[in-house]
Design a protein around this ligand. Structure first.
Ligand code: ATP
Length: 232
């Protein structure tokens, strides 16, 4: 389970996140939506521990800043950060060592296969395209088999095959009871994935919906209904 309690982040006098309360249960896929500047990145970066904030962030009930929480939490940032001097393979090995994981050769091979990285294993971080970097970043998150995973605009830059694979992986993780939070603008890409949706605007969560409550209602309609946006 992933939970924020009264998460507040101020820049000067401006509240980029204003008492944000959200909960994504285990085995659920949460979607964080909102127009530009709504505060999504602020919330995502606070949860990931990249910003100082007021309030609480809980990972499986544990303070997100604790080592126990960090061990079971994975984050795929919007812009993948690569180590220039490490190969694709070494990125995965680095994560395995840092998290003291026991991962078989087969598992690594399968993951690379799924994201068409098998023949890129010896390429250096700075020799990769943006999409390839994104795939490596996703593999680094998946290899730790997180209980809670957060993905920021994960589909941007991915080719159609990788998007299809990522959606499959996300649904498999959900089936396995993983808590998943995805921040995105690409409503079309997540419409068959979501269980709970949070719409942010001006630092607040202005609406949240459960898929089970809204049934077949259009994701776009729900989004435009609660934001200042005009549907074109
Ligand atoms: P987008 O969809 O455009 O990425 P977002 O919902 O992720 O937007 P944030 O990046 O969280 O929005 O920004 C929320 C608000 O906080 C914006 O008004 C932004 O100008 C402000 N903000 C973000 N970072 C800073 C900063 N470092 N200093 C001052 N204000 C900031």
């Amino acid at each position: 389970m992933l939970q924020t309690k009264n998460l507040t982040k101020t820049y000067g006098k401006y509240k980029a996140a204003d008492n944000v309360n959200l909960t994504v249960e285990s085995g659920e896929i949460g979607i964080l939506l909102g127009p530009n500047g709504a505060g999504k990145s602020t919330v995502i970066k606070s949860i990931a521990g990249l910003l100082r904030y007021k309030g609480e962030v809980l990972i499986e009930g544990m303070d997100a800043k604790s080592i126990e929480a960090k061990k079971i939490f994975a984050y795929v940032p919007e812009l993948p950060a690569m180590y220039e001097a490490l190969t694709v393979r070494e990125h995965i090995e680095f994560i395995i060592k840092a998290y003291k994981l026991s991962v078989s050769e087969e598992e690594i091979g399968e993951l690379f296969e799924r994201f068409e990285l098998s023949d890129k294993q010896d390429k250096l971080g700075n020799e990769l395209s943006k999409g390839m970097m994104q795939k490596v970043s996703i593999c680094c998150a998946l290899i730790i088999k997180p209980k809670v995973i957060m993905l920021d605009e994960p589909m941007v830059g991915l080719d159609p095959a990788a998007i299809k694979e990522l959606k499959k992986v996300i649904l498999e993780m959900k089936e396995a009871g993983t808590t998943i939070l995805i921040s995105t603008h690409m409503l079309e890409m997540v419409k068959e994935l979501w269980d709970v949706m949070f719409v942010m605007d001006k630092g607040n969560i202005v609406a949240s919906y459960k898929k089970s409550d809204v049934k077949d209602e259009d994701l776009e309609d729900l989004f435009f209904h609660v934001t200042d946006f005009e549907k074109v």
